[in-house]
Design a protein around this ligand. Structure first.
Ligand SMILES: CC(C)(COP(=O)(O)OP(=O)(O)OC[C@H]1O[C@@H](n2cnc3c(N)ncnc32)[C@H](O)[C@@H]1OP(=O)(O)O)[C@@H](O)C(=O)NCCC(=O)NCCS
Length: 164
């Protein structure tokens, strides 16, 4: 189920709409500025957008992490308030994670609610094997393309996250 949305990778023409979506969803500028900094610094690997009637209603960013294995950080993730609870984020995340798998990434890390991200396979116990400033119950990992090697930290997000 896609919540009626079309899923695709972002293009430069989308940047302004993504900015607006993130500011509205988080009710602050931080996440929108984070995505712009990730792009500018070459750390945004993949931005997935969900559209309805050509309008961007969902966004998920995957950025390069500093890690001993090829790893991406997931976030920010946002869906327009009027279209929540219809499966848009779930569809966008499943699609984005599949792209990362196809591109041979080995892990995705996320900081968030396990009740939400757990449904996509993210587990705190997988992230716990890595040293990270974000370590804790909200720091989760998903293994792609095979099991993760144990205890191979440290992992950290791209530098732009430090300014969030
Ligand atoms: C989180 C968010 C992206 C979910 O988008 P969505 O399209 O409504 O998500 P879906 O419809 O695919 O899934 C909804 C499910 O996620 C759950 N969920 C949403 N936000 C959650 C949260 N913060 N913690 C736990 N569960 C959450 C809902 O309860 C719902 O559960 P259900 O399927 O059991 O009813 C959206 O609520 C949003 O943009 N929030 C504001 C920005 C934000 O907080 N982003 C997350 C940052 S990590």
């Amino acid at each position: 189920m896609t919540g009626g949305a079309t899923l695709r990778a972002e293009t430069p023409e989308d940047h302004s709409a993504i900015h607006g979506l993130l500011v509205a969803a988080f009710e602050r500028y931080g996440e929108a500025e984070l995505v712009e900094a990730l792009r500018k610094e070459g750390d945004l690997v993949f931005g997935g957008v969900a559209t309805v009637n050509g309008v961007i209603v969902g966004y998920a960013a995957l950025s390069r992490m500093n890690a001993p294995i090829p790893a991406l950080g997931l976030g920010p993730v946002a869906v327009a308030a009027t279209l929540r609870q219809k499966g848009v984020a779930s569809a966008l995340l499943r699609w984005s994670l599949a792209r990362a798998q196809d591109d041979q990434w080995r892990a995705i890390f996320v900081l968030g609610e396990s009740a939400f991200y757990g449904r996509f396979g993210f587990k705190p116990e997988l992230a716990a094997d890595f040293n990270s400033p974000y370590a804790g119950p909200h720091f989760m990992a998903l293994a792609l393309n095979g099991a993760l090697p144990a205890k191979v930290g440290p992992v950290d997000y791209a530098p732009a996250f430090e300014r969030l």
